[in-house]
Design a binder for this molecule. Sequence first.
Ligand SMILES: Cc1cc2nc3c(=O)[nH]c(=O)nc-3n(C[C@H](O)[C@H](O)[C@H](O)COP(=O)(O)O)c2cc1C
Length: 403
Amino acid sequence: MLENKKILLIVAGGIAAVKVPDLIRRLRERGASVTCILTNGGSQFITPLTLASLSGNMAYQDLFSLTEESEMGHIRLCREADIILVAPATADVMAKMTVGIADDLATTVLLASDKPVIIAPSMNVMMWTHPATQTNLQTLKTREVQVIGPGTGDLACGEIGDGRMAEVSDIIATLSRHFQKSRGDGPLKGCRAVVTSGPTHEPIDPVRYITNRSSGKQGHAIATALANFGASVTLVTGPTSEPNPDGTKVVNVQTAAQMMKACGEALPAEILVCAAAVADWSVAGQTGQKIKKGVKAPALKLAENPDILATFSKPGPGRPTLVVGFAAETENLITNAQLKRASKNCDWIVANDVSVGSSVFSGDSNTVHLVTADGVESWPTMSKSAVAERIAERIVKFANKNL
Ligand SMILES: Cc1cc2nc3c(=O)[nH]c(=O)nc-3n(C[C@H](O)[C@H](O)[C@H](O)COP(=O)(O)O)c2cc1C
């Protein structure tokens, strides 16, 4: 998606500038060309020489440079770029962008540009939540400046809260999506994918149900990532508070049995990703009436639910070419995931640790291991959207070879 794209990267004066070398390296790995502009603040955190060496292009800083401005360098820089990325975007740069201050090369380029702008804000939590910054943020959004992050967590200043620059993988995912959207198709064009997501609700009676802690964030992010790569995606989801991903067909279900039926109706497809946390059991013998509170607590009799992953992984005509299952384990993660892959006949298992304290179910990040016929790959902890992006990239590679 980023092949041959020209990215003008503005680096402002925040501590997150230390993440910029990794960002440049990963953009270049994807075939993008990166040209950097440093603000004066930015140059306190990273040198032009570092940026020039890593990007392979000159790094600019000086608005009133005789050599660079002999051909109106500030205008040329914005005309040549496909997109402008400001990372980190400081409170100061955001404020200047809002009111149109152009007192250095970076802000002059931003004002003189007609190109799409993406900013990755990074700052102390009080700076971020300050009404001035929040008002500026809203103004920038109304001008179609795309904003990535910031995330929540430990900040460099020692405080905790909103203000961490988005992960490099999220910035790359957003850039990829931008170019994907503007291209209108992608490497998975013509490919059908069914993705399951969220928990299921298994009724005990008309008002009570059994469920689990799945938020649907990971499954929804995978549906989004596949759609961004041009796949025609049906998302079959249990009850979640996640918004429907753009560009996908969403089928809402409650129970495992309904999810099974909806998947059967959505198939055939080349790709099936079973990310939902489907309840293993439903409650047998429901009468359709609310169980009255009595002297004794009722004993619930459980019945086994259909195994969606095993059913659709079964070899035979109509089986999706690639079936990806998820394994949420609290112990022996890899061994159990390998056993699951073999017993269910699926092609890949994405294994994650959901033991207490891992906060995988409710959180925004995930640490996963990809178990395939070729072995186990352990990925570093990253946001769920970055995990989704990476799974989708692997699916693109698979599709290039096998579909
Ligand atoms: C050690 C240090 C860290 C800073 N980190 C941030 C930051 O993360 N975000 C931010 O908005 N400002 C931060 N600042 C303040 C900016 O550097 C300052 O507002 C500066 O004027 C920004 O200039 P620029 O936006 O033109 O790069 C920091 C300042 C110092 C001294």
